[in-house]
Ligand binder design. Sequence first.
Ligand code: GLN
Length: 295
Amino acid sequence: MVTIAQALARATSGAVSVDETAVSLRFEAELLLMNALGCSRASLLTWPEREISPSAHASFEQALSRRLAGEPIAYILGTKEFWDFDLVVSPAVLIPRPETELLVESALEIMTHREGIQHLLDLGTGSGAVAIALARAAERLRVIGTDLSTDALALARKNGTRLAGDNLGFLQGSWLSRELCAAIGEYWQADAAGLVDVIVSNPPYIAPGDPHLLHGDLVHEPALALSSDDAGLEAIKTIVIESKRVLKRGGWLLFEHGFDQRDAVAGLLRASGFDSIECLRDIAGQDRVTRGRLS
Ligand code: GLN
């Protein structure tokens, strides 16, 4: 039998970490071992001499080799932390990133100064991360998450049921196509035109062929969630134009975008009749979220 300390030492000795640093491999090996044993980090660190059952050890070794082959740790564990909750994730969805929390913060900041029922859309919801964070913020917010992918929506619904109340729903469709706008109206039993207060989206914004797509987790994530034609701007252009089908005058559109897309995105918003355009920086200091108000 192998002890916790031995399993971790073997996992990190001589192996080349996918993230290049021994520190991150040690950290990830701990996460995988916690998962195999169903225990906390405190328990790993407190009882390093504890022996591991052969079956737990085998599942740890198997998970570790998947990680060393480059598979994202979130897909191996099947969960990812976002905001104040843990989401179930699978290769059908983008792995939620910490910088996307800026999108949530920015939307909440807009809404805290207002009262009454507000209608919100999260376009391209993926795992449901953003929609769920918004729906959890206040009961009076009515939130719909949308996605083109049926597999993503199935997962988002599963996450939504567990993590949010019945003020959250999910609908399938492309951005704000006429069909989807009609479905939104039906869902909220109202005319969708001019109904929506805030639209958020973390759309695909990486240009096809961008070298970033060949590295790290992105290699394993769905292309639909990552890249967009027209230098990565196609989805954003469509959202800006189609948002006017449902957005109220004075309503807000916010989205995440690439670090070098700030000016292009601001230009698109301005050309489509948005004002109060502002770009926010993420924790790494990169231009990451832009918001604008429909005048
Ligand atoms: N809205 C989801 C997220 O932020 C998915 C985004 C996407 O698939 N592009 O994680």
